[in-house]
Design a protein around this ligand. Structure first.
Ligand code: TA6
Length: 282
């Protein structure tokens, strides 16, 4: 069968399932424009999604690729990570060929968003799969008459076999802000990042692709437009705050996020900004 896209019910939420002829697939919920599954062709699931994720159409979904906009974490007065991940988006495009499938969802300001954040915007989230590759693109358009500034992130939860044995390469030499140590600035000194305890770091101006080595398969991770990379694992202690994750699940995930956080993006009227994260199964 050729590549195709179907509308499905995902744990009670409307969603699109994208498939390619060779067997790659992805699931994108309209709620939050959140990818909740990505399976490259001839491979296994590469995104972590909590079995206990709350899919009630009001709460953030724990796992997949939440879209953070226009705020990151609690760095501002909006709900954590902004409002885009807890709103319903609309489908504006879906296309499939033999070796690809893509869908674009959109979200515009309305009276709800303007009550929190008084700006006129249009967001588009495009998820595109090829056999071994996933591209996630976020486009922000300012349709108002004044500039606005925003933070954004694709908060990608990668599924790993065992977080203590996986290795993240490519961050050597980059400065990072350590959110678990009073936002102290440090420089990465290891060739390889190993996760042996809780980690919450924002690496700045990361100009190289990253490589995640895991027993379940290696993954190339590349971003364009997003200058920062956030690496997060809550470990055991942090799970007390993540009540929608099973106790041992911190071992099954590592967030490697494409982000624009250190400096917010200033967007003049009628201008657009685009950021993309690409994952390649190796
Ligand atoms: O991206 C890392 C982070 O900001 C962490 O500090 C951690 O709290 C995580 O996001 C998850 O946030 P959430 O609001 O989804 O529980």
């Amino acid at each position: 069968m050729a590549g195709h896209i179907e509308t499905i019910d995902f744990r009670g939420l409307p969603a699109l399932r994208l498939s390619t002829a060779a067997g790659a697939s992805a699931v994108l919920t309209l709620y939050g424009a959140q990818l909740v599954s990505w399976m490259p062709a001839r491979s296994q699931e590469r995104l972590y999604l909590s079995e206990q994720a709350i899919c009630d159409g009001r709460s953030p979904i724990r796992g997949g690729v939440p879209v953070c906009f226009p705020q990151f974490a609690a760095e501002g007065g909006l709900p954590r990570h902004g409002f885009a991940r807890t709103m319903s988006w609309s489908v504006i495009e879906q296309r499939a060929g033999d070796d690809f499938a893509l869908a674009t969802l959109a979200l515009s300001d309305d009276s709800d968003t303007r009550a929190h954040w008084p700006h006129r915007f249009n967001l588009e989230l495009t998820a595109a799969i090829e056999d071994g590759r996933l591209d996630i693109e976020l486009a922000v358009h300012n349709r108002g008459q004044a500039s606005f500034a925003f933070a954004a992130a694709l908060h990608t939860y990668l599924r790993v076999t065992e977080v203590e044995t996986c290795q993240l390469e490519g961050l050597y030499g980059f400065e990072y802000r350590d959110a678990l140590d009073g936002n102290t600035l440090r420089r990465e000194s290891g060739d390889v990042l190993r996760v042996e305890s809780a980690l919450d770091r924002i690496y700045h101006n990361v100009s190289r692709p990253l490589l995640l080595r895991d027993d379940g398969g290696a993954l190339g991770i590349h971003a364009q437009g997003f200058p920062d990379v956030v690496v997060w694992n809550p470990w055991e202690d942090g799970l007390t705050r993540c009540t929608d994750m099973a106790p041992g699940d911190f071992r099954r995930m590592l967030c490697v996020e494409a982000a624009a956080v250190r400096e917010r993006i200033d967007l003049p009227p009628e201008q657009s900004w685009v950021g993309r994260q690409t994952l390649v199964a190796l």
